[in-house]
Design a protein around this ligand. Sequence first.
Ligand code: AGP
Length: 621
Amino acid sequence: MCGIVAALAASDVTPFLIDGLRRLEYRGYDSAGLAVLEEGSAHIRRHRAVGRVAELAKQVGQGEAGLGIAHTRWATHGAVTEDNAHPHLSVGQGLEICLVHNGIIENHASLRHELKQAGYVFASQTDTEVVAHLLHQTRLKTTDLLQALMMVQRQLQGAYAIAAISSKDPGTLVATRLGAPLILGLGHQTTDVFLASDASALVSQTQDLVYLEDGDLVALSREASGGVVQRRLLDRSGQTVERPIQQTSLSADDVALGPYGHYMQKEMFEQPGALANTLEMVVGANSLSASLFGQSAASVFAQTEHVLILACGTSFHAGLVARYWLESLAHLPCTVEIASEYRYRQSVPLPKTLVITISQSGETADTLAALEHAKSQGLSQTLAICNVPESSLIRASSLRFLTRAGPEIGVASTKAFTTQLAALFLLSLTLAKGRQRLSAAEEQSHLTALRHLPAALKTVLAAESAFAGWAGRFVQKSHALFLGRGIHYPIALEGALKLKEISYIHAEAYAAGELKHGPLALVDAEMPVVAVAPNDQLLEKLRSNLEEVRARGGELYVIADQGTRFEPAEGLHVIELGDHAGLLSPILHVVPLQLLAYHVALARNHDVDKPRNLAKSVTVE
Ligand code: AGP
């Protein structure tokens, strides 16, 4: 999604702005731009380009600009054109206002109408340009850019993070946020302050971050060129506030690609380490404790009689797997809902429900809104499972569990998913223990299995070349079918999602028992069918379903456990993983599907980390 970078510094900010935009590229975008105010100049210099940041960088020379804002745009209102790219400019009566914006201004149409009547001419179709003209109009009537921004903020409906500069305020950068993240980075010199929508754009400069709260407004200003930057922070009511300075553990190296070809490849191979980090506290302590999920977790869990899981995409699939664990281990009824559906559905809230949200980024607009909707229904016990400690989701939830996967840059989620599963398994065990459904011996046996999980995952990753070997057979295909049963049905869903999002091959997943109720009609020699075949109690049922596919000439690709007795034959390809991993099997069986999607996308020459039309963190509805 869109990204913001801005700076006020003693030296030229252009290199930082370009570097910051490059670090935000992973989020997905289709155009980029920046604007700077040079020392002593009365005019803002703006550059914009459709396509990659590299295109923008070619246009932008070095200068003496100590103040600047920059943006990567992911089109929502208006096509992918240079005119629609940010920053947006409003010029007239000796004043130039320039700003960048993430999010959506919901009342942009009525504001646009009023501004047109006031004589403003629009150069783009974006909702953002409305804010630029509104700030221009307001700044003409005020003496202070921050005050003008506050007055504008009161007229905006929707979600936004905004950073703005003005030709009349040469040493001032102002910003505000509501429902979209914005972070200050305090430079090592008191003369330098940075701003970004994502910490990864700041860590090349500083680890000292200030997370703005919803409704906050900030003015960064200095008296003279190269002088100390003063920070003025106001809350949504206009009162001066302090926000804590937090040290991020994220470093520039964490977001470096290293020896890998793509972030997705790096992140798949980081999974054993990510799982070990996520599980460290539990397997080290050799016992499960509710306090892992927050101080009040024990009392909340003791009262829980129903679980409601809300999430999107891959995180939703993690929730679907968790339902099997929660019901079988903890005997807790569990509902799993797509966040964007739940938030608009008239559901009946069940008393004593624990609401669990799952999100890699913690900034997914639909998941955040679903959580708010649940709270408005009176469901106040909330637990976030999330990979970003400072995220909005973590701050909005009373209980939390941080997956420790490290930054995930590739749009296709991999290590976030397997660590979410590990977290949800721990939660299921903890709830089972609290409900006297887990004996001490069972607890130890599950902890032992978790201890072995990173090594088992390494063994699966070592079979990469075998899955890469299958990829060539998918390159020319237009469709694929993924099958699984029981707890592996969500894994089939995840495999299909991975394949479609990066290879652009249409893929569907079905619970294998559903085949004969419709999708079997699609099966012919042109339809590769991928089956997730663990050595569990549903194996023979699955085998019968796969016979139905073979009988119709379908080409089968079976990811099996040892001992499943699938014999490779014409039209039947089999790769065996290790022994069946019991309840942890989904965490292992998803990895071959990630590897397959990755290699198919590579073979089709796709930009694996930045698939078309998609964004890493979906911060708009
Ligand atoms: C996964 O590969 C996707 N890119 C996507 O489905 C993602 O999982 C979804 O947008 C939810 O994101 P979140 O986990 O950050 O909330």
